[in-house]
Ligand binder design. Structure first.
Ligand code: NAP
Ligand code: ZN
Length: 352
């Protein structure tokens, strides 16, 4: 027994999205059924769908930035009630017992956390993501959307479920606060949220974008400075003047040049996930005792903390709301860097 719901699915890396009906399981005692209102398009959806991280499991229904309302709860659920506005991010299950899970870092679960879509879960089912009308998720993987947000904010809150936590974690981890000198490379979905969060933490933020096209926006998001990198001299001019550089670019960039921006002991936090290897000279790390650190999204407790932080500071992503029929076009637009700054699907358009 299960429920069907409208969704988008891609049959292969090259195929366009089609409107389909997918099954959602009946509730287990610890499950929550969510009526999805908004679904963000992350660049990871594009890497996955296009097979850039290896062959995906098709038909693929992506989407790990999900916001909606609770429709039904299982008999053991006490944290969520029918009618609550909730979110689901990149994970829908983990073992709950290993050291990482105990530390609230479920994304590094030793058994392997279950991604929201395109993976086999612990029950042998293939997960399907947010480009759909409803989803059923274990209660521990559902987060609360702060009540300080108005309903009209909800489309903009949706990208926080991935872009928000993925940038919040490395900023927090690095101890960013008033006066920390932070550079953000790439003003896309992740980057623009990172600029807003780092600025709210009190950091002095500089945007490194390819061109000047997004300058006005970058400064409006809270950055104190904005530099176009197409003129490579800017990286020499600002050498040694940052504590933290956050790289959000999803294709290979010359990391050595950006490492030079770091002051003594500085860290380049890498969250971008290009299909090709990153190239780094040892001398870029030895000089000034620099480090490169990677991180993958963030755990559930920190995701809730991030949402509460963003709620307090009135932070939402800047979004373009699109119809289900526009997703293929928007995949190309994201790759071309044309989206301002995250596309969010209006799920009411899924049924066609
Ligand atoms: P996005 O919206 O496409 O933004 C990436 C930005 O990078 C673009 O807007 C562009 O900014 C810049 N850029 C793109 N191509 C470039 C190039 N060839 N050279 C230099 N800059 C370039 O993507 P996103 O959704 O923010 O995701 C970014 C990356 O993070 C993806 O690889 C995604 O898979 C990854 N990701 C990782 C995690 C994690 O847990 N670590 C989580 C989510 C996403 P400008 O126009 O300003 O230059
Ligand atoms: Zn994502």
């Amino acid at each position: 027994m299960s429920t069907t719901t409208p969704a988008l699915a891609a049959a292969s890396a090259d195929a366009g999205f089609e409107r389909v009906q997918i099954d959602r399981r009946d509730l287990r005692p610890d499950d929550v059924r969510i009526d999805i209102r908004w679904a963000g398009i992350c660049h990871s959806d594009i890497h996955m769908k296009r097979g850039e991280w290896g062959e995906a499991l098709y038909p693929l229904t992506p989407g790990h930035e999900i916001l909606g309302t609770v429709l039904e709860v299982g008999s053991d659920v006490s944290d969520h009630q029918v009618g609550d506005v909730v979110g689901v991010g990149c994970l829908v299950d983990s073992c709950g017992e290993c050291a990482a899970c105990q530390d609230g870092e479920e994304q590094y679960c030793a058994k392997g956390a279950v991604p929201t879509y395109g993976a086999e879960d612990y029950h042998g089912e293939i997960t399907k993501g947010g480009y759909s009308g409803e989803v059923v998720v274990r209660d521990d993987f559902v987060v609360r959307i702060p009540e300080t947000y108005a309903e009209s904010d909800h489309a903009g809150v949706t990208p926080l479920l991935c872009a928000g936590i993925t940038t919040y974690h490395p900023l927090k981890e690095a101890g960013v606060g008033p006066g920390t000198r932070v550079g953000v490379i790439g003003l896309g979905g992740l980057g623009h949220v990172g600029v807003k969060i780092a600025s709210a933490m009190g950091a002095d933020v500089t945007v490194f974008s390819r061109t000047d096209a997004k300058k006005e926006d970058g400064l409006a998001f809270g950055a104190k400075d904005y530099r176009a990198t197409e003129d490579g001299s800017v990286l020499e001019e600002l050498a040694g003047s940052f504590d933290l550089i956050l790289n959000t670019v999803g294709s290979g960039i010359p990391l050595d040049s950006y490492l030079g921006l770091l002051d003594r002991g500085g860290v380049l936090a890498n969250v971008g996930a290009p299909e090709d290897s990153l190239q780094v000279s040892a001398f870029s790390l030895i000089g000034n005792r620099r480090a490169i650190r990677g991180s993958m999204i963030g755990g559930l407790p920190e995701t809730q903390e991030m949402l509460d932080f963003c709620g307090e500071h009135g932070i939402t992503a800047t979004v373009e709301v699109i119809d289900a029929g526009q997703v293929d076009d928007y995949y190309d637009k994201v790759v071309d860097g044309q989206v301002r700054y995250r596309a969010v699907i209006d799920t009411e358009t899924l049924a066609g």
